[in-house]
Design a binder for this molecule. Structure first.
Ligand code: H79
Length: 601
């Protein structure tokens, strides 16, 4: 916890003293780091900082830039047509001079922030993430760092600022605003030739964004290694940038592409155009997806996903504890395509009817049942929402497989007075509705359940930590202390304490762990370089081959309220270091093992 205070304090100092961004920005950030720094100042799974994002479940992605002005088509000098959207410059080999000329004609005069926000609201979206700068480097706000932006290089009204307009409209509607920013930049000549200089400009642009628009979230992209222009964005660059941003605003939610999209980067994972099959181990996640087949506007693309498909995707993500970030691409004038707006409204009409939205917002992985073939099941407290996409024939049951015992105390079809019969059957329950589906997207059966009562919260204060300044855990520990949890992101520069160097160290944590439920727990570690976990004398996790940031899992069945011995050993040789200890169980959503369930020996 002392780490928390010191990091927050250095953040304040940074903000106060480093107003001008200098070539030493990275080192200014580094001033907040060094031995003793733990970058993981909270647990994103449970923190107040991320609560709005975890509850939101549904956001609007907006791809809008000078590329939108092409509307997805480039006619080559020989008259042939090349089609693409936000990658059109690159994939259609448009010469830079011609691309710049076209940007000079960009005049999205019909961009209507209130209409965009209303469209998001109509869908039931709780946040918006808009491209402030995509790979082509064009800034959608009046940046002072260059003239390749919507105010200085367009035919748009010089008095307008669409990000400011969107921020104002979003605030008025109670919707959070996030900003997308591409690290990879095709336009800035320094990107390839003088990366430190580019980085300085990028930091300055990000500071403009944070200071001027106070985004709730930053969504990075373009972190991958590639050529033309060469992108060498490194884990170390990610450490510097994330540290710098959290120094600017410690409430920011940041996606994992701020680094190298590893489990340890940023606050959450970003599967693209896909929905993971289950909750993701070790991190929060958000699935971004197009509403047709392109991110940016393409006038010929009418392959719109249907309302029922979008509702199904939203239910699927939520039931696996993820967020759904659904994209729209405004046209060259800044208008939201009517076909997109209609489908957004269809989603909101569904979630706004009969309380069906409860299956989405604040809901997550049910734990106590497995995912059925006929739909999805999400959980909010002791309510299960079975969202049925394949309604059974009259009198036919829907089967639910239970992973642990619980009783069903009530069942109703939302928006219908029909009878629902619940009977114990095989490995779970049969749910038999007596009537018809209420709508073609998903009919929701709300089940109230009584799980076996948990033990009262524990009164622990953490584990005993013995910290060694070698990676063999040999000799006497240099430091012995109580750690409230095992939640460490030391990266390259940090370490467990100021007196422990950032390489060649190790820690042994010992004490007792106390579950609140009698069930099988999944124990998850995120580690670098090695980890071993023993519970009740059994080796549950063992990954002793030195590795980069990695997830390992084990499981053990425990009794509620009992205390079990625990020993965790971590070693760090060189490079980055991480050590996190999480658990989950049918009645425990994934989280860092909380302090009160850990006891010193
Ligand atoms: O903004 C949207 C897309 O434009 C962007 N991400 C979403 C949110 C995106 N850019 N690229 N991709 C998605 C696909 C990834 C392509 C890659 Fe490659 C393949 C990156 C690395 C290998 C092509 C070849 C680009 C670089 C090398």
């Amino acid at each position: 916890m002392t780490h928390l205070r010191s990091l927050a304090l250095s953040g304040v100092l940074l903000a106060a003293t480093c107003l001008a961004v200098t070539p030493g920005t990275a080192s200014a950030a580094a001033a907040a780091s060094g031995p003793g720094t733990n970058y993981a100042f909270d647990d994103p799974f449970t923190s107040a900082r991320t609560a709005w994002w975890r509850d939101a479940r549904f956001g609007m992605f907006i791809h809008f830039g000078d590329y939108s002005n092409w509307e997805g088509e480039y006619t080559r000098p020989d008259g042939t047509v090349c089609r693409d959207a936000e990658w059109i410059k690159r994939n259609c080999n448009i010469p830079m001079a011609e691309y710049e000329q076209k940007a000079a004609t960009f005049n999205p005069k019909d961009f209507d922030a209130k209409a965009v926000v209303a469209a998001a609201k109509s869908a039931g979206m709780r946040y918006i993430v808009i491209t402030s700068k995509h790979h082509d480097g064009y800034a959608m706000w009046p940046t002072k760092q260059n003239t390749w932006n919507l105010r200085d290089h367009s035919s748009f009204d010089k008095n307008r600022d669409i990000l400011a307009e969107l921020k104002k409209a979003a605030d008025a509607a109670g919707i959070k605003l996030g900003l997308y920013y591409s690290i990879w930049d095709w336009h800035d000549p320094d990107f390839a030739s003088d990366f430190p200089k580019y980085k300085q400009r990028m930091y300055a642009q990000l500071k403009e964004l944070v200071d001027n628009y106070h985004p709730a979230l930053l969504w990075f992209d373009g972190d991958w290694n590639t050529d033309n222009p060469t992108n060498n964005w490194s884990p170390r660059d990610g450490e510097d940038l994330e540290s710098y941003l959290r120094g600017l605003d410690r409430n920011l939610v940041i996606n994992n592409r701020v680094g190298k999209r590893r489990v340890t980067d940023g606050d959450y994972g970003t599967p693209e155009q896909e929905i993971p099959a289950a909750p993701v181990d070790g991190q929060l996640w958000e699935s971004c997806m197009t509403i047709n087949d392109h991110w940016g506007y393409a006038r010929y693309d009418d392959n719109w996903k249907s309302g029922p498909t979008l509702v199904h995707n939203l239910l699927t993500t939520s039931s696996r504890s993820g967020n759904y970030l659904l994209n729209i691409g405004p046209d060259s004038l800044g208008r939201v395509p009517a076909e997109a707006a209609q489908r957004l409204k269809a989603i909101g009409d569904w979630s706004g009817t009969a309380g069906q939205g409860a299956a989405i917002y604040r809901a997550g992985y049910p734990g106590v049942v497995t995912e059925p073939g006929w739909g999805t099941v999400s959980r909010s407290g002791n309510d299960l929402y079975a969202s049925v996409s394949q309604w059974p024939g009259a009198g036919k049951p829907l089967h639910l497989t239970a992973t642990v015992p619980f009783t069903v105390t009530g069942a109703a079809v939302l928006g219908s007075g029909q009878q629902v019969t619940v009977t114990k059957a095989g490995d779970g329950y049969d749910i038999t509705p007596s009537g018809n589906a209420t709508n073609p997207s998903a009919t929701v059966i709300k089940l109230s359940i009584a799980p076996q009562s948990p033990a009262a919260p524990g009164s622990g204060t953490g584990l005993k930590a013995e910290i060694f300044d070698n990676d063999q855990l040999s000799g006497t520990p240099k430091i012995t202390r109580t750690d409230p949890s095992i939640n460490y992101t030391w990266r390259f520069l940090g370490s467990p304490a100021p007196s422990i160097p950032s390489d060649h160290f190790g820690t042994r944590w010992t004490g007792w762990i106390q579950p609140r439920h009698s069930e099988t727990y999944q124990v998850t570690t995120v580690s670098d370089d090695t980890v071993q976990v023993w519970i009740d004398g059994k080796l549950i996790v063992s990954d002793t081959t030195p590795h980069g940031p990695q997830v390992d899992k084990g499981s053990i069945t425990l009794q509620a309220g009992r205390k079990y011995s625990i020993r965790v050993e971590h070693t760090e040789q060189t490079g980055e270091a991480y050590m996190k200890l999480l658990w989950s169980s049918p009645n425990t959503p994934q989280q860092i093992v909380p302090t009160q369930q850990l006891y010193t020996p």
